[in-house]
Design a protein. Structure first.
Length: 370
């Protein structure tokens, strides 16, 4: 009798679950995972019946499972209670830090060093490279015991040696180590905070031989105290502390920000509407774009091209007070000839800003020489 009751309860729960699955509208985006989801509109029933697109059907069922966000968080909470400290490549570190795993780089790093070196060889304008270590290196003392993290210090040495003396190579490690007790990386996101970016900015200015805007001259504001970033999306746990997103601005700054790919202009380096959504890091320069042109009342009359990853997004607003025209380029989205862009826009210097993880694994550096 008890077995029949158990089976009946199980079947009842299953039926309720299936009915809920059928009547619930598909979600097109997951805020927790920060990604677009597969919906029924992405394929046809006929394709499935014919045996086509079985992979997309599996992805659809995974994306649209009822109560998925709650189920994922419950699973991760259980793993955390069992002291399993690596969830989806993210370590549960000390002091509430989620730290992305970093493995020994492979061929991608060799290729990227080669492409960078070949690009710099061609240039008639000075080139500078700001290399930024990730939290897995600066906060390595916060990693759980037994964490298998490859040393980014070794990678930085390899990059500097491989590119050679033709570039002004600036390693941000030392200045970040000096300030590691401050909040220089987000606890829940793979990016650094604007405090961390300020120290990167300081290292860059000193390497370029230009004046550093003192931090006390900037206006500090808490943009949000409810930021949960990309690492939380990979490893959501209930006990996770939310981040503060700090913003520094220059009250005397005057800016025109042209998003070339969108054909729009803003008079601010910050897009505050993004503070209302999950992906709050897009507040800085509206996220990533193929090309952004910034005109300002900066003191140095130079056209600067910055080729970068997302780490640069919260550093560039600081640098905009130094140079009166900055062109920002992201190789993930820009596919035209870069040498022609430099010539056409009378670029006076090129600055690369990359974090170690991105430079080690990204495959878009071939665009430098296309």
């Amino acid at each position: 009798m008890r077995d029949k009751i158990t089976i009946g309860v199980f079947l009842g729960i299953l039926i309720v679950f299936l009915i809920g699955q059928l009547i619930t509208k598909d979600r097109s985006y997951s805020n927790m995972e920060s990604k677009s989801l597969i919906t029924l509109s992405d394929f046809s029933i006929g394709e499935i019946l014919n045996g086509d697109n079985s992979d997309i059907l599996e992805a659809y069922l995974t994306d649209q499972i009822l109560f998925k966000d709650s189920l994922v968080k419950t699973r991760n909470d259980s793993l955390d209670k069992m002291n399993i400290t690596n969830i989806n490549g993210v370590y549960i570190g000390e002091d509430g830090y989620l730290i992305k795993n970093f493995s020994k780089p492979g061929k991608e790093l060799e290729d990227n060093i080669y492409e960078m070196k070949e690009f710099i060889k061609k240039q008639t304008v000075p080139c500078t490279f700001l290399m930024v270590p990730n939290s897995s290196y600066i906060y390595r003392d916060k990693l759980p015991k037994g964490a298998d993290i490859y040393s980014q210090g070794l990678v930085i040495d390899k990059i500097q040696e491989g590119i050679g003396g033709s570039v002004n190579f600036i390693d941000a490690t030392d200045i970040l180590e000096e300030h590691k007790d401050e909040n220089i990386y987000f606890k829940t996101d793979q990016n650094w905070t604007m405090d961390g970016a300020y120290y990167g900015y300081e290292a860059l200015c000193k390497g370029l031989g230009i004046e550093v805007t003192p931090k006390e001259n900037l206006v500090k504001a808490i943009g949000s105290d409810e930021f949960l970033g990309t690492l939380y999306s990979l490893a959501p746990i209930s006990k996770q502390e939310k981040d503060e997103l700090i913003i520094y601005t220059n009250s005397n700054g005057e800016y025109k920000v042209d998003y070339i790919d969108k054909g729009t202009r803003s008079m601010s380096l910050m897009e505050y509407d993004y503070l209302k959504i999950k992906d709050k890091y897009k507040t800085f320069l509206c996220g990533n774009h193929s090309v952004v042109r910034i005109s300002s009342n900066g003191l140095i009359d130079e056209n600067v091209l910055i080729i970068k990853d997302s780490y640069a997004n919260c550093l560039i607003p600081l640098l905009a007070d130094n140079f009166n025209e900055i062109h920002v380029m992201d190789l993930r989205y820009y596919t035209d000839n870069i040498d022609e862009y430099i010539e056409k826009n009378n670029i006076d210097r090129v600055i690369f800003i990359y974090n170690v993880d991105f430079f080690s694994w990204d495959n878009h550096f071939i665009e430098l020489n296309n």
